[in-house]
Design a binder for this molecule. Structure first.
Ligand code: NAD
Length: 261
C-alpha cells in the first residue's frame, strides 16, 4: 500500500497511539481515533498540529456493541478503512494465584476480542478495495515474561496467534496482518505504572529508567515514535505479512545466564 487514506487507531489517548496517528497524518491520511478516556483524547487531538485530519471517539472496547458501532460509523463516514492499528491495552498485575477472573476477562476483551471484532468489521471493505493492513501492538511480555504479568502476557501472546492466523487466511485478499513487539517505551502510561507500582520506596522514577536502560543492549528504553515508525513500515510495505517484529533495543536477543549455584 503506497499511502493509506483512512487509518483507525485504538487506545489513542496514550503516547504510542498518538505517535502512530501523527505518522499517518504526516502521510495525509484521515485518522479515526478512539479511547475510553474521552477527555484525554479530545485534548490531545485539539492540540495536535494536524488536528484537522484527526477525529476522536469515546469507545469502551470491552463492550462489543460500542466496538461495532464505532467501526460501522467510521466505514459509513469514510467509505473504507485502509489500516487498522490495534493499540489499546491495559496491564493487569497478578500471577495465577492472585490475578482475578474479572481482570483476566478484561485483558481478553481488550487485547483479543476487540481486535477480533474490529478486524472482522474492516475486512469486508478491505477485500472489496483490493487490500488493507492490520497492525497489532503486542509486547515483549508475549515472548519472555516478567513476574506477575499473567493476564497481560497471555492475552498479548494470543494476539500474536491471531495475527498469524489472520495473515494466513487473508493473504490471498492482499490484506496483510502483522504485529509489533515493543519493550519498555518512554510514555506517560509507563511513567504512571512505574510511579504507582514499581517504586514503593519512592526513590524516583529516573532510577527505574536507568535500571531498565541498562537491561537493554542499546542501553536505553524506546521512544513512542520508534514504535510508530515500525507500525508505519508494516502498514505500508507490500509483501510482509504474518510477521512479529520486536522494537526492543535488543533486549530479547540477549541471553541472561543465571549464576551457578
Ligand atoms: N509503553 C510501554 O512501555 C509499552 C511496552 C510494550 C508494549 N506496549 C504496548 O503499546 C501500546 C500502547 O501503549 P501506551 O504506553 O501508549 O499505553 P497507554 O496505557 O498510555 O495507552 C493505552 C490506551 O488504551 C486505552 N484503553 C485501555 N483499555 C481500553 C478500553 N477497554 N477501551 C478503550 N480504550 C482503552 C487507555 O485508556 C489508554 O489511553 C499497548 O498495546 C501496550 O501494550 C507499551
Amino acid at each position: 500500500m503506497d499511502s493509506p487514506s483512512v487509518v483507525v487507531v485504538t487506545g489513542a489517548a496514550g503516547d504510542i497511539g498518538m505517535a502512530i496517528a501523527g505518522r499517518f497524518a504526516d502521510r495525509n491520511a484521515r485518522i479515526v481515533l478512539c479511547d475510553r478516556l474521552a477527555d484525554a483524547l479530545r485534548q490531545r487531538v485539539a492540540s495536535h498540529p494536524r488536528r484537522d485530519q484527526l477525529e476522536w471517539h469515546e469507545v469502551e472496547l470491552t463492550d462489543p456493541a460500542q466496538v461495532k458501532s464505532f467501526i460501522a460509523g467510521a466505514i459509513k463516514r469514510h467509505g473504507r478503512v485502509d489500516v487498522l492499528v490495534n493499540n489499546a491495552a491495559k496491564q493487569h498485575d497478578g500471577d495465577v494465584a492472585t490475578a482475578s477472573e474479572a481482570d483476566f476477562e478484561e485483558a481478553f476483551a481488550i487485547h483479543m476480542r476487540a481486535p477480533f471484532l474490529l478486524s472482522k468489521a474492516v475486512v469486508p471493505g478491505m477485500k472489496a478495495a483490493g487490500g488493507g493492513a492490520i497492525v497489532n501492538i503486542s509486547t515483549v511480555h508475549a515472548q519472555a515474561v516478567g513476574p506477575g504479568r499473567l493476564a497481560y502476557a497471555a492475552t498479548k501472546a494470543g494476539l500474536l496467534g491471531m495475527t498469524r492466523s489472520m495473515a494466513v487466511d487473508l493473504g490471498r485478499h492482499n490484506i496483510r496482518v502483522n504485529a509489533v513487539i515493543p519493550t519498555a517505551i518512554r510514555t506517560s502510561g509507563l511513567l504512571k505504572a512505574w510511579t504507582e507500582d514499581r517504586d514503593p520506596e519512592k526513590k524516583g522514577v529516573s532510577r527505574l529508567y536507568d535500571h531498565a536502560a541498562k537491561q537493554h543492549p542499546m542501553r536505553r528504553i524506546g521512544e513512542a515514535d520508534e514504535v510508530a515508525e515500525l507500525v508505519e513500515f508494516l502498514a505500508t510495505c507490500r509483501f510482509v505479512t504474518g510477521e512479529e517484529i520486536r522494537v526492543d533495543g535488543g533486549i530479547l536477543a540477549a541471553l541472561r545466564l543465571l549464576p551457578i549455584d
